[in-house]
Design a protein around this ligand. Structure first.
Ligand SMILES: N[C@@H](CCC(=O)N[C@@H](CS)C(=O)NCC(=O)O)C(=O)O
Length: 217
């Protein structure tokens, strides 16, 4: 049985979606950021970075969402081709998400939603960069159905971020291929199940307040 340490955020949803798609049994541990449960000594032994998501599979801990997706794909032989080029194609788009879309959109969230001061230069920089990365995705999705050709862990890594583009104040207008891809992934039953893990607080003000407690300057 896999233990999943998570919260209702895009990085957490990557892993619950992957576990649902792969049909792996798992136990959910929803960590409270308000209570700083991600920083306890017990959890830091699982993820030294003190963030979610993390998994423990039969005593083996894995942190960093991209590394978790690769581990699960290799464990099950699903959603990652085994030939060198097919595998590389998936890893390229996975890295693009991990090094690009995630960090840039994450900072767009910080400066657009959470930061106590309104720094217009920082808001513009991260929103524009996120939108630029979306345009790269859109171009790719104009030539392939999914990022690496077939549906893969690269799509699972990217979808939970792009679906909440509004929260970062970034539009997907004028990006028809990206919108087609969002709708196709959103329609998958396993994706819908993964997005329910763990239950998301509905109060937007509470979400903002929680995120603000995590800002270190
Ligand atoms: N690169 C990490 C990022 C993880 C991350 O930033 N997680 C956020 C939630 S999406 C978190 O745990 N924040 C709590 C904190 O910063 O204390 C990954 O992909 O796993």
């Amino acid at each position: 049985m896999i233990d999943l340490y998570t919260a209702a955020t895009p990085n957490g949803h990557k892993v619950s979606i992957a576990l649902e798609e792969m049909g792996l049994p798992y136990r959910v541990h929803a960590l409270s950021f308000d209570k700083k449960e991600q920083k306890t000594p017990e959890f830091l032994r699982i993820n030294p970075n003190g963030r979610i998501p993390a998994i423990v599979d039969d005593g083996f801990a894995v942190f960093e969402s991209g590394a978790i997706l690769l581990y699960l794909a290799e464990k099950t032989g699903q959603l990652l081709p085994t030939d060198a080029k097919g595998r590389s194609r998936v890893i390229q788009w996975l890295m693009f998400q991990m090094g690009g879309v995630g960090p840039m959109q994450g900072q767009a969230n910080v400066f657009f939603r959470y930061f106590p001061e309104k720094l217009q230069g920082a808001i513009d920089r991260y929103q524009h960069e996120t939108r630029r990365l979306y345009a790269v995705l859109d171009t790719r999705l104009g030539e392939a159905e999914y990022l690496a050709g077939d549906y893969s862990i690269a799509d699972i890594a990217t979808f939970p971020w792009v679906r909440v583009h509004d929260w970062a104040g970034v539009s997907v207008d004028g990006l028809p291929h990206l919108q087609r891809w969002l709708a196709a992934i959103d329609a998958r039953p396993a994706v819908q199940r993964g997005l329910q893990v763990p239950t998301r607080p509905t109060d937007e003000d509470a979400l903002v307040k929680t995120a603000q407690t995590m800002l270190t300057r």
